[in-house]
Design a protein around this ligand. Structure first.
Ligand SMILES: NC(=O)c1ccc[n+]([C@@H]2O[C@H](COP(=O)([O-])OP(=O)(O)OC[C@H]3O[C@@H](n4cnc5c(N)ncnc54)[C@H](OP(=O)(O)O)[C@@H]3O)[C@@H](O)[C@H]2O)c1
Length: 252
């Protein structure tokens, strides 16, 4: 079993969905986990679940599109747990719907880039100097199958922002590798979360499942297991890669 014993892990966007799955799995593997988001009640529920299972967690709210709020969060984490060993820059999502390019508003474009690419950049910018000083660290970013190929179901601004995250991750891997820091990216697709699970009518759900060679949708745990591997010493010779966790959807 991959070991994260005593590692301080900040998982942004872990108040729900994929991030919550990663936070719980990290705690199960011995990490001291920072549950993050904006919804206090949702963060508390994840933290309580971790603690009831015997894990260690704190919760910190911050808007990850604001560098000042991220810096403030890092200060709180360091005072409670010490320096951050593992960063999962997971917070993000799409604020706009798929559409032809000319129908994307300027605000929709900026919101998509801010919520994903800028948020990931600002979070890494805050955490990286400390990792460099200590000569160790693991960074995991979250892209999407949307970044892997054009798809009518993917909003262009979101896809472009996620593609930016993939190159940003490779740049961090190249620049920070000599300091003992690894950076890798996970590109999920079709992950069922509490946000989307109940929203899909049965017919749409069946159609979606058909698009995946493995004939099911993914779960936050499918992502979490890969995140544990990429955060732990089991992947100590792996940096700068993008792992598609998509049930084969990017093949078709
Ligand atoms: N689900 C999928 O199939 C899928 C596929 C491809 C990629 N992804 C990517 O995987 C990541 C997680 O997706 P998910 O489906 O788990 O999403 P989700 O259920 O909507 O959760 C998003 C999380 O990010 C947080 N968040 C978003 N914007 C934030 C901001 N500006 N500041 C602070 N926190 C913010 C939310 O916090 P609050 O709710 O507390 O505000 C929440 O914890 C995202 O980057 C998404 O693009 C997901």
């Amino acid at each position: 079993m991959s070991d994260l014993n005593g590692k301080v892990a900040l998982v942004t966007g872990s108040s729900r969905g994929i991030g919550a799955g990663i936070a719980k799995e990290f705690a199960r593997h011995g990490a001291k986990v920072v549950v993050h988001g904006r919804d206090t009640a949702a963060m508390s529920a994840v933290r309580a679940e971790i603690e009831q299972a015997g894990g260690q967690a704190i919760q910190v709210a911050a808007d990850v599109t604001s560098f000042a709020e991220i810096e403030d969060m890092r200060g709180k984490v360091e005072r409670a747990f010490g320096p951050i060993d593992v960063l999962v820059a997971n917070a993000g999502g799409t604020p706009i719907k798929p559409s032809p390019l000319e129908e994307i508003s300027e605000d929709g474009w900026h919101a998509s880039v801010d919520a994903n690419l800028t948020a990931t950049f600002l979070t890494i910018k805050s955490v990286l100097p400390g990792m460099k000083e200590r000569g160790s660290g693991a960074i995991i970013t979250i892209s999407s199958a949307a970044a892997r190929r054009p798809h009518p179901g993917s909003p262009i601004a979101y896809a472009a922002a996620k593609a930016g995250i993939e190159l940003l991750t490779k740049d961090v891997a190249a620049q920070a590798g000599p300091y003992g820091i690894r950076a890798n990216c996970i590109a999920p697709e079709g992950i069922r979360t509490e946000q989307n699970a109940d929203l899909l009518p049965t017919a749409v759900l069946e159609q979606l499942i058909e698009q995946h060679p493995l004939r099911r949708l993914g779960t936050p745990e499918d992502i979490a297991r890969a995140a544990v591997f990429l955060a732990s010493a089991d992947s100590s010779w792996i940096t700068g890669i993008v792992v598609d966790i998509a049930g084969g959807a990017v093949l078709v």
